[in-house]
Structure formats: C-alpha cells, structure tokens
Design a protein around this ligand. Structure first.
Ligand SMILES: *Cc1c(COP(=O)(O)O)cnc(C)c1O
Length: 233
C-alpha cells in the first residue's frame, strides 16, 4: 500500500515535470533504485508494473537478482564497479550506468562475451558513460572532454551497446547549470553515436530539474521507498 502510494506520487511528479517542460511523459523512464531495501519490496513494485530496477552495489544486486530470477526484472547497476566484478555483473545486469574507463569497458565486454557464450545472458550489455561534473574522483565518472574517446571505444565492442550517459550532479553546485552542461555532453555524443539517446540524471530531490534539462531516466530511491535503512554492510 505504501509502495503504491509512493509510486503514484513519483509518477505524478514525473508527469507534472514533463508537462512543465513540454515533454512527452513516455520519453522519461522511472528507474526505482532499491539499494538496501529487501527483494520483497522489489517484488511488490514488480507487481505494480515496474520492470527496471537500479542497484548500486554489485554483490547486493547479484543476490537479489538470484532471489528474483523467476521475474523478468531488468537490473541496472548504477554504482561504481571494479573490473574484478565484471564477470559476476555480466550474469545478471541488463545495463551498467557507471562506466568510466576504457579498462572497465573492456572488462565488461570480455565478461559479457563469456556470459553470452555460456548462455547466462542473451543480449548485449547496455552501457552508459558516467560523466563527472565536479572532477571528484571518489564519485566516479569521466570528465566531459573524455566522453567521445570512451564512447568510440565502447562502440567497437559488439557485446556492449552504448546507450547514453549518466551523472550524479555535485551536491554543492547550481543543479540547473550542471544539468545544462550534461545536456550539452549528451547532444554532442548523439551526433557521433545516434543510438546513445539515454540521459540518466535526476534523483529524488532534483528530478524535476533533470527532466527540464532532457533527462530520459530518473533514478529514484528515497521518494519512492522512504529513507534507506542504515546499514554497516
Ligand atoms: C541511491 C542512488 C540514487 C537514488 O537516490 P535518492 O536520492 O534516494 O533518490 C540514484 N542514483 C544513484 C547512483 C544512487 O546510488
């Protein structure tokens, strides 16, 4: 019941933001981010019609994917990924939003090839380049100027499909200016890679502004599920 109410509220916010921006609500997808919440909450949202879910820690996500393997969930990894986890992630991930180096992209291509060979998956991995707007290395992402080279590298792998870009805006800066910069990066990317249409931007606190600046995928946790339980894991 609570989840249904939360979902209605978030979908209403997205609709209102699209109306305000003169955009088609069909062009903005809600990606519930379910980190720290149990698989039962994901199953409940699935029953409410959601099919795509975001997680930010590979180990937690892999466990939930195994638990819910009979549902047709499309799992999106939105958090930082180390290369040594690529093989595990390629087993269950539909998309990785946080690719920020050629070495990680290569590891994911190799891992996806192995998962395709063994029948663990049957589609290429959707890949988004994480763009850093504040050059803070602890939060991941590449600087805007490095996006074209990384995009070209990803596009060379048949196991990967370059879907677009993702960003976590800096907490301190003016979000409108940051989202506008991000939209420019996305426009430039699309000229060389017309299939890279996804702009994964906007979270619970700023989804309206992200939608105003062209977001196609808002990643929402707190506004949907409530405050995340504190965990030491
Ligand atoms: C947790 C998380 C979100 C969701 O954040 P909320 O503020 O709870 O909506 C979005 N993106 C990423 C990468 C996250 O880790």
């Amino acid at each position: 019941m609570e989840l249904a109410a939360g979902l209605d509220r978030v979908l209403a916010r997205i609709d209102a933001a699209c109306a305000a921006a003169g955009r088609d609500p069909g062009d903005v997808r809600l990606l519930p981010v379910t980190k720290y919440f149990p698989a039962s909450d994901i199953a409940a949202l699935y029953r409410l019609g959601r099919r795509d879910f975001g997680e930010n820690r590979p180990q937690e996500a892999g466990a939930k994917a195994a638990e819910l393997s009979d549902l047709g969930v499309r799992w999106h990894l939105v958090g930082q990924l180390q290369r040594n986890k690529a093989r595990q992630v390629a087993r269950w991930a539909y998309a990785v939003h946080s690719v920020d180096s050629e070495r990680l992209a290569t590891a994911l291509a190799t891992a996806t090839a192995a998962a395709l060979d063994s029948g663990e998956r049957d589609t290429p991995l959707e890949v988004l380049i994480q763009v850093s707007l504040d050059a803070d290395p602890t939060r991941g992402g590449v600087e805007p100027g490095a996006v074209p080279a990384l995009a070209d590298h990803i596009a060379e792998s048949t196991e990967l499909r370059l879907a677009g870009i993702m960003a976590i805006p800096p907490r301190t800066a003016d979000p409108d200016a940051e989202f506008a910069r991000l939209a420019e990066v996305c426009t430039r990317l699309r000229t060389g890679h017309p299939g890279a249409t996804e702009l994964s931007a906007g979270m619970s606190n700023d989804l309206e502004r992200a939608i105003a600046h062209g977001s196609t995928c808002v990643r929402v946790g707190t506004a949907l599920l409530g405050a995340r339980p504190i965990t030491s894991a």
